[in-house]
Write a protein that binds this ligand. Structure first.
Ligand code: PLP
Length: 386
């Protein structure tokens, strides 16, 4: 067999590989604390599960429109209005099985040989993977520890040239937990006026996971970009629904037909009953989110303070998401070796920094989507082996 060359340019998401390594060790009787995977360790709230069960009982068993049901798209539009005061026509809303398909479709829609796409590094590995797959040149926009993993708008604008088609921004950020302040995004958007052919893809999947009373600096605050802006968010992280495969994105009017065609050509539509549950999530009580964030905040303090007391480890305080991205270079190990040692010697699964970009060998990612007690135990185990 000879499969297409493009396939060999696809990367992967190492967190899944580490999860399977951890599961294998567990099956051999080893106790593993998983701080590798990026999903809330909570169950989906009951009223959402009940809505899905009822939807099945009520006969929501068939296909829906490929871009999502009218009811759910209208619900997302109302949600955006409530969150950001932005008027978004529900015709521009696209419902997908998770956040990832919107990301894949956007990159494939702009990417081709001869063009450039800018993406964050450290960053969610799928950006670089799909850019390479599309044949476009992947241009990293480096986020530095000194800036608490934010960016400098002028530096980003300097990366743009006549070949640039798409700029990917992720805020709050995976893997660093960095939060880019609105003032920096204001500068970026101002500068983008000079580059009207550059589209923006804003990955806002952690929009509800922000600490210290700050609010989400969403790209929805910039209507001047709406004709070239794609915003992606979803249910996975906000409502602990990663396994339901539900996400939403908002597209320029001119692209919504294209992205709908991508859905028709691949998965047709999202599960009908899940879409009913997704609407129940948006419209039901949000107490769950507040409770979850209180827990995440306590764990954030525990993990950051704990890591900073281990010799050789320096950890910034994340402003969002549920990740800590410490610099471990003073332990004398690379992130890869450090992560292997944590898994095999301490029984703690974490992800090496290079999974989020080649320049990140001094770092590892800890997900604090695990219980307070387990994080405490994990820190003690790591302290012993370092
Ligand atoms: N974007 C970022 C930055 C993520 O970290 C993740 C998941 O880890 C996703 C998108 C994917 O979200 P979903 O599971 O809804 O596809």
């Amino acid at each position: 067999m000879k499969i297409a060359e493009s396939y060999f340019r696809l990367g992967t998401e190492n967190a899944f590989i580490i999860l399977s390594k951890a599961k294998k060790l567990e099956s051999q009787g080893k106790e593993i604390i998983n701080l590798g995977i990026g999903q809330p360790d909570f169950l989906t709230p009951k009223h959402i599960v009940d809505a899905a069960k009822k939807a099945l009982d009520d006969g929501h068993h068939g296909y829906t429109p490929a871009n999502g049901t009218i009811e759910l798209r209208a619900g997302v539009s109302r949600h955006i209005k409530k969150m950001y005061g932005a008027e978004i026509d529900s015709e521009r809303v696209f419902i997908a099985p998770g956040g990832k398909p919107s990301m894949f479709f956007a990159i494939m829609m702009f990417g081709q040989p001869g063009v450039e796409i800018i993406y964050p590094e450290p960053g969610f590995p799928i950006y670089e993977s799909v850019i390479n797959y599309s044949g476009a040149k992947a241009v990293p926009m480096y986020l530095s520890e000194e800036k608490n993993f934010s960016f400098n708008a002028d530096e980003v604008l300097n990366l743009i040239n006549e070949k640039t088609r798409l700029l990917i921004v992720n805020n709050p950020q995976n893997p660093t937990g960095g939060l880019i302040e609105k003032s920096e995004i204001d500068k970026l958007v101002k500068g983008l006026k000079e580059f009207p052919d550059v589209a923006v893809f804003s990955d806002e999947i952690y929009s509800r996971q922000i600490y210290d009373g700050k609010s989400m600096p969403s790209f929805f605050y910039y209507p001047e970009l709406y004709d070239r802006l794609i915003v992606m968010d979803g249910w996975s992280k906000t409502y602990a629904m990663t396994g339901w495969r539900l996400g939403w994105s908002v597209w320029p009017k001119s692209l919504i037909e294209n992205v709908t065609k991508m859905a028709i050509n691949s998965y047709s539509c999202v599960s009908a009953a899940n879409q009913v549950a997704a609407l129940a999530a948006l419209e039901g009580s949000h107490e769950f989110i507040d409770d979850m964030m209180k827990k995440f905040d306590k764990r954030r303090n525990l993990i950051v303070d704990g890591l900073n007391t281990i010799t050789g480890i320096k950890c910034n305080k994340p402003g969002g998401a549920f990740y800590a991205f410490p610099n471990i270079s003073e332990t004398g190990m690379t992130g890869e070796i450090f992560a292997e040692k944590c898994l095999f010697d301490a029984g703690v699964a974490i992800v090496p920094g290079t999974s989020f970009g080649q320049s990140c060998s001094d770092y590892v990612r800890f997900s604090f989507a695990n219980s307070y007690d387990n994080i405490e135990k994990a820190l003690e185990k790591i302290r012993k082996i370092i």
